[in-house]
Design a binder for this molecule. Structure first.
Ligand code: SF4
Length: 387
């Protein structure tokens, strides 16, 4: 169940919670399916970017003195293309400028194909790694245009364990061109069946989406059909449940105590601040974005919020429902009433009744959640909560 007001403030403190997303937009090379804000850039640009980012951190922190940071997430792009010392500088500035909770979850995305620096990450207080494996089949990695191979992943994973990282996410992808049900199962089992290698504490299993403007959108791709994709989703849930993982969000699985706290802030509509190029923020029901122009960001120190939107009560209700339904625990009926001061509107009751009768939603006294069958048509169900 989602709990809102009760988690708005930090325990033992009057400070409200906030999470930080730090965008590092650089990659060694663009993957063929990628539509993230990322590109390759020379070393001087990367360094210049970090100095501007630090100026933005300082400027933002002065506006959030009443906040305690409960999670920090370095995403991208590929944060691991930066020298580890720069990651340490960024974290030092975050700690100096913000009130960072001692038990904050601090994550970094690491690409096995880059020259990562695990010792620096430890010095920076990073306690969670997120590794983009995507597939354990070399030909599939090549089709995606990834820069790493399976051996690169193994080296990184083994080193991370040796250095003491015990909270490690691995990203897996389904729906890759040429992928079959059995090759996908092979990738899944590769991660969780090796008797000599501890399983990752967290697995994010996403399906490929071909986005406009990417090289994939202009190519003729041999994509798995819908039934195969559905089966891939099902075996992910079945195999990972068998191996002790909780399927706590539509695409995310964790061993006990390893759910991603940072992503839960998004799904629970907590406040977060995006720092860096093109990063999005939501604080007190106001959303905005940073400039997506590297020239404006670096040359003009342009930190002015772009595309600012004040969420209406209806917007907030919609998000409450469709983000809440992403999580296994579902949407709390009491939580909705507590947050908005009213019960579900009649439109929502009708949608809920319809999908409960179809066996796609479950409702008890406490909450509303997707059933296993409902998960496969979750987008359709969620869209019905838009007024
Ligand atoms: S590594 Fe990630 S961000 Fe970079 S190009 Fe590939 S998919 Fe995009």
């Amino acid at each position: 169940m989602l709990r809102y007001r009760r988690t708005l403030f930090c325990r033992c403190s009057n400070l409200k919670k906030i999470s930080l997303y730090i965008h590092i937009p650089f990659c060694e090379r663009k993957c063929l399916y990628c539509d993230f804000l990322s590109f390759s850039a020379p070393d001087e640009v990367r360094r210049e970017y970090v100095s501007v980012l630090i100026r933005q951190i300082k400027s933002a922190a002065s506006q959030y003195k009443d906040r305690r940071v409960i999670s920090v997430f370095f995403g991208g792009g590929t944060p691991s293309v930066l020298p580890g010392t720069l990651i340490c500088d960024i974290m030092d500035n975050i700690r100096n400028e913000f009130d960072v909770d001692k038990s904050a979850e601090i994550s970094i995305e690491v690409n096995p194909g880059t020259a990562y620096d695990l010792d620096s990450y430890i010095s920076a207080g990073i306690n969670r790694l997120s590794i983009g494996l995507q597939s354990s089949v070399e030909s599939e990695l090549k089709k995606l245009g990834r820069i790493h191979n399976v051996r690169d992943f193994e080296t990184l994973y083994e080193q991370a364990l040796l250095k003491g990282f015990n909270n490690i996410n691995v990203d897996l992808m389904s729906g890759i061109p040429g992928q079959t049900l059995s090759s996908y199962e092979g990738s899944l089992r590769y991660l969780v069946d090796d008797p000599f290698r501890p399983k990752p504490s967290h697995i994010s299993a996403y399906s490929l989406s071909v986005e406009e403007g990417t090289p994939f959108s202009r190519m003729k791709l041999d994509l798995p059909d819908e039934d195969t994709e559905r089966e891939m989703y099902k075996i992910t849930s079945d195999i990972l449940s068998e191996k002790g993982y909780t399927h706590y969000e539509i695409s995310n699985y964790s061993l006990a105590g390893s759910e991603c706290e940072h992503n839960k802030v998004y799904w629970r509509r907590g406040d977060y601040l995006g720092l860096g190029l093109g990063a999005s923020s939501m604080v007190d029901n106001v959303r905005w974005k940073n400039t997506g122009s590297i020239e404006d960001y670096i040359k003009k120190d342009d930190f002015a919020p772009k595309q600012v939107g004040h969420l209406t009560i209806k917007d907030q209700m919609e998000e409450f429902m469709f983000l809440g339904l992403r999580m296994k625990e579902g949407v709390s009926i009491a939580g909705f009433r507590e947050y908005f001061g009213v019960p579900f509107p009649p439109e929502y009751d009708q949608v809920i009744d319809k999908y409960v009768s179809l066996g796609l939603l479950k409702k008890d006294k406490m909450c509303v959640m997707l059933t296993q069958d409902g998960i496969s048509v979750s987008n359709l169900i969620m869209s019905e909560f838009i007024f």
